[in-house]
Design a protein around this ligand. Sequence first.
Ligand code: ARG
Length: 488
Amino acid sequence: MSTKLWAGRFNKGINDEVLKYTATTETDQRLIKYDILGSLAHIKMLEKCKILSTHTAGKISNALIALYRENENNNLTLNVEDEDVHLNIEKMVINLIGEDIGGRIHTARSRNDQVVTDTRLYLRQAILDIKELLESFSSSLLELASRNTESLAIGYTHVQPAQPITVAYWYTAYASIFTRDCKRLENTFNSVNQSVLGACALAGTSFNIDRLYSKSLLAFDGLIENALDATSSRDFVIETISSLATIMSNLSKLSEEIVTWNSFEYGLLDIDDSFSTGSSIMPQKKNPVVAELAKGKVGRVYGALIQILTTIKGVSLGYNCDLQEDKPMLWDAIDTVRSTINILHQHVLTSKYNSKRASEMSWKNFTTITELANWLTKEKDIPFRRSHRITGELTNYLMKHGLDLRSHSEVNQFLSKFDIFISKEKLSNLTDPLEVVKKQISVGSTSPKSVLAMIDNLSRQLADTKSFTVSKLENIKICEAKLLQKNL
Ligand code: ARG
């Protein structure tokens, strides 16, 4: 007869190919810790509800704690014969303390509520870890910003030089993006951190269990009440991967800027030698491979999103084996996001923006001409549309003659056709890129004053999201420590 824990109903063992095809022991490796913690909470609940005696619960808990410690020392291997982490751990407990006692661990539960419990426990930790990485990245960006409020950069639209900005403004934009990603992760955490334990197979149980108790033992914030929903739904996985995909999309924006700005043609960003590789044939090459790869890896996470959406589609209520395909790409997405945030954080810290080059490009590309048009409207009461046309024609004229806005006499001569006179000082004040940056006074603009205000606001938002992370991590730590206390 088969040695499976569910063997009773079968006349022969499982086909090897079928076992390989259906087992999840490899994927489940990272769920071991959480499977044990979930089991510990379940046992404590069964004891509280007097479904298990204190003696039995104590014995099972101690066996689980011993396995937990073994796993910490990497001495626990899941046996593919036992299909998944749940059956493996149950079998290990039975092997340690015998079936009379160990065989009671699976009272009033099912693998169907176990697997969702494990995944949620694993995910909430992963979400907080990723959130912490993003928070630290955002803090570094704000720190860099505060030191660069007067360092000139060039802002693009349509990948064409548009208006002058500061390096600080650019850093602050990413700090703003990543802080929003952190808030999104907070919402994702709240969806994930819900208890399904005690839902059992699909219909609940006739044992008089206390689901709210096991929920609080595991520091879940709420309960997915309907047992059929609790065991069947994977929308929390979709939500998680969707948040991860959004983070990757934002990281890819940054990576694209690193790659292009680092090129000779732009010459705006110097990247550290330790973040680039050379060519096997072209000795002169220094390639921005980290940022290139970060963009490439976005495909994995978007792929995971499409995969989970497709896998979940049309799966009826009640556990279906389709659902076990929710994890492999989820794990990969988590690992990818984690390593990408980490490496891009270091990448940005070790790269240097070239403000001199930005200044030269600003002049050559007339990035401050909008301010001249603004001046015509503000000071000469010319309708903006006409100011736009005059300064557009001026641009055309100067470009044709290979000049730029530093050529005062030509500018003045051109404007005199419209009865406009501009002094040398005024012209330079209106067209010098850094001066123009300083003139931007609207909320959220690029001037040092606005940027400093944004740094302040973002620092406050970041402090809020950090305190969320810290308090949730602390709750998790306390809950785990309590579950691991021996009670015999
Ligand atoms: N290995 C399964 C998964 O990852 C969990 C157990 C499913 N339950 C079952 N009755 N086969 O989704």
